[in-house]
Design a protein around this ligand. Structure first.
Ligand SMILES: [Zn+2]
Length: 509
């Protein structure tokens, strides 16, 4: 609240917000008074689309190859890793971005074979929509040139008529189903590892937008054991990659720390790897991306979920995919007007599609943070007319569409919400180029999208702002984001993070 300097917490809730002098009557003999010494207090951030366990996985069981500058650098990391961990059955890695490499091409099985032959290797591109397997991995997965590729996926074939190791979209399942699954306790370890990094950025609430049945069990167990430590909205996936049969539609669950109220679908791939479904071509290419869903199956599954009261979130980046999803949502809106309908990413919507979204109460969870880290790919792969309205946050807000900002980490390495807010304002890539400057929003709008709007889109209105009666999740910053320049946003440090009224993280000086 403007002009307030004091917040009173009673147990895990905000009891009052106002001026210190006016709140004296609420101070008792056992009240602990913390003097914030002029620091900025704000609501904790809510990342409405972050693959929490995968963030933790890259710090525990999977090699992190984000930020590599060349194919050779990645190959030598793989070689070292496999030597360092001889007991690992499959060498898995994630995060390369060939657009940042000198020769700019995707690796193939031949590249991987050069460094690891005796063990299966599976390397996921930064977008998680493309992956490369070595020859051993292809053998163990029983993949040959005759393998049936699932609809909505691709398996590339080389000049000898053999698979070259590059897979995209639903075809990733051809390999992943042969990689030993993580155990529940490993998954929990990954979530806890990710949580510490989230706290350091002031993130107190998050939505995991792709939860499979085992992870869902792990989350339920963590919630039952009071181990989550942050507000988690879990969005189960319904169609596994490469799988024939949908997972069962989950039940709704709602509590202060854990919520299940939405299910997830993927309608296309990622822009940074040219798999998002476009109406026109990618730059200097005849590719238009991949549409992954079958209309009738998608409609029926959405309907089944909504009948159980669950919302639907669908990944859609390209204009062709966005149109496909809006069509289905529009159809369902008459029967299920009050149920959450989300579009994840919304990278390249057309003007008419934004009007349709507003008219049919369709919300968005967008990632301005992509502009900074993946902007160079957008510039490389998109013609100007697409770049001009890439991640058009301002237009989305002007149409009155509910939009929450998020990171989609580990797609990006740095998932600091203040970095996402900065990119929303400056529209600048890490290399200093500007993308669609007319889509810039204010810092205040960006912060709202990372707090209040994220709570609204997650259907968890009990936190997300500093008001009486709200759950006490807040952070202490060394500077006020509303008064610094956009360039300074990322220099702001989180000093303390509070969840449920308790300090859970402190900056070590
Ligand atoms: Zn995602």
């Amino acid at each position: 609240m403007k002009g307030s300097d004091t917040i009173v917490i009673n147990k895990n809730k905000i009891e009052a917000v106002g001026k210190f002098e006016e709140l004296q009557s609420l101070i008792h003999s056992n009240t602990e008074i913390i003097n914030a010494q002029g620091k900025t207090l704000m609501s904790g951030f809510n990342d409405s689309h972050i693959h929490i366990w995968k963030v933790g996985n890259l710090k525990t069981f999977m090699l992190d190859v984000r930020g590599t500058k060349s194919l050779d650098e990645m190959l030598s990391m793989l070689e070292d890793y496999s030597r360092q961990y001889p007991d690992v059955a499959w060498v898995t890695a994630r995060g390369f971005n060939e657009a940042a490499w000198k020769d700019g091409r995707l690796p193939t099985k031949d590249d991987l074979d050069k460094v690891i032959k005796d063990k299966p290797v599976y390397v996921i591109r930064t977008c998680a929509h493309i992956a490369i397997a070595n020859t051993k991995a292809l053998e163990l997965s029983g993949i040959t040139s005759k393998t049936n590729v699932p609809e909505g996926g691709e398996m590339q074939i080389n000049s000898n008529g053999q698979p070259n190791g590059i897979f995209s979209e639903t075809s990733l399942g051809l390999i992943t189903k042969h990689i030993p699954a993580y155990t529940k306790s490993e998954l929990k370890q990954m979530v806890k590892t990710a949580r510490d990094e989230m706290y350091s950025y002031g993130i107190t609430a998050a939505t995991d937008p792709a939860v499979d049945p085992l992870l869902l069990e792990a989350y339920y167990e963590m919630n039952d054991a009071n181990e989550l430590g942050f507000r988690l909205n879990a969005i189960p996936i319904i169609l596994p990659d490469g799988g024939e049969n949908p997972y069962p539609i989950p039940s709704m669950f709602s509590s202060d720390f854990f919520n299940v109220n939405t299910v997830k679908f993927f309608s296309d791939g990622g822009l940074s790897g040219k798999t998002s479904a476009l109406k026109r071509h990618y730059k200097n290419s005849n590719e238009q991306g991949i549409l992954r869903l079958k209309k009738e199956q998608y409609f029926n599954l959405c309907k089944a979920a909504m009948t159980k009261g669950l919302g639907v979130a669908t990944h859609a980046i390209g204009d062709a995919a966005i149109e496909f999803v809006i069509d289905i949502y529009k159809n369902l809106n008459t029967s299920f007007p009050n149920i959450i309908k989300r579009i994840e990413h919304l990278g390249l919507p057309e003007e008419k599609q934004l009007r349709d979204m507003a008219a049919n109460d369709i919300a968005a969870s967008m990632q301005t943070i992509f502009i900074s880290e993946l902007g160079k790919n957008f510039i490389k792969y998109l013609y100007e007319d697409y770049l001009d309205h890439c991640y058009p946050v301002k237009s989305v807000l002007q149409h009155g569409i509910l939009n929450a900002l998020s990171s989609d980490a580990p797609v990006v390495k740095d998932f600091n919400p203040l970095k996402g807010a900065q990119a929303a304002v400056t529209r600048k890539t890490n290399e200093g180029e500007i993308i669609a400057s007319n889509e810039s929003i204010s810092i205040e709008e960006a912060l709202k999208a990372y707090t209040v709007s994220a709570s609204t889109i997650s259907n968890t209105p009990q936190f997300g702002s500093l008001q009486k009666g709200m759950l006490a999740d807040f952070i202490l910053l060394d500077k006020n984001p509303l008064t610094v320049s956009p360039e300074e946003l990322t220099s702001i440090k989180v000093e303390k993070t509070f969840v449920d009224g308790k300090c859970v993280w402190k900056k070590i000086n």
